[in-house]
Design a binder for this molecule. Sequence first.
Ligand SMILES: C[S@@+](CC[C@H](N)C(=O)[O-])C[C@H]1O[C@@H](n2cnc3c(N)ncnc32)[C@H](O)[C@@H]1O
Length: 245
Amino acid sequence: MADQNPLLQKQGNDIRRMFAGIAHRYDLLNRLLSGWVDTYWRRCTVRLAPPTVEGPLLDVCTGTGDLALAYKRKNPGRMIVGTDFCREMLVYADTKGAKTPDQNMGPVFLEADTLALPLLDNHFALTSVAFGLRNTQDPHLALAEMLRVTRPGGRLVILEFSMPKWPIIGGLYRWYFRAVLPRIGQLFSKSPDAAYAYLPQSVNNFPQDEALCSWIREAGWLDVTYRHFTLGIATLYTGLKPPLG
Ligand SMILES: C[S@@+](CC[C@H](N)C(=O)[O-])C[C@H]1O[C@@H](n2cnc3c(N)ncnc32)[C@H](O)[C@@H]1O
């Protein structure tokens, strides 16, 4: 599979360039290709995975900022920071963020690599990532960086695509995901990197359920659990940073 698409080698510059090329259509295609279900997943995520301790919230690989903004709506009193290494995606995050009330509490969007966050240790009450971990060059390092910047007792939140295991629905979804979605995505985005062909291939190459939970535990997170959304098309993973002492 890795031979099919050079993007699966996940060189940082290639991934950044791919997202820069689709930033102008990213939100529209998220809505269209998911039938608006992606906004529902983010709402469920902020409801089911609230912060466990006091402090600001961080969303890495924030892209156009939708999960950061969903956390802000639910937690108006908390400072929210979103980071991503693709400036073109952050332009859209900034535009949406500027429309939210109480700008003193963010969202603040920063250009930063998730593998080397320019942020303090033990600072954030919750660190989240939606559909981003899979795209990083080194997901193990990303999980370790997220642990470093999270407060003891603070929460990890990961929202990621998964493949439904139900025989008929799973088969239909796989056909949609592999045959239909890349064509619609290409039609609307005109991605020079065929970003929407990369999407199903990258999901296919990435661990899910217990396999991803193992990676999360190996990075040092505790109480790692997952639950499926919408017949297993997306999965929410959560964990906690070990408390001090
Ligand atoms: C599929 S988008 C997800 C955006 C957003 N979280 C959402 O829910 O729609 C993946 C994002 O991860 C970012 N990304 C991938 N690797 C990264 C890295 N190493 N550091 C920072 N951002 C990264 C990309 O630039 C892109 O904006």
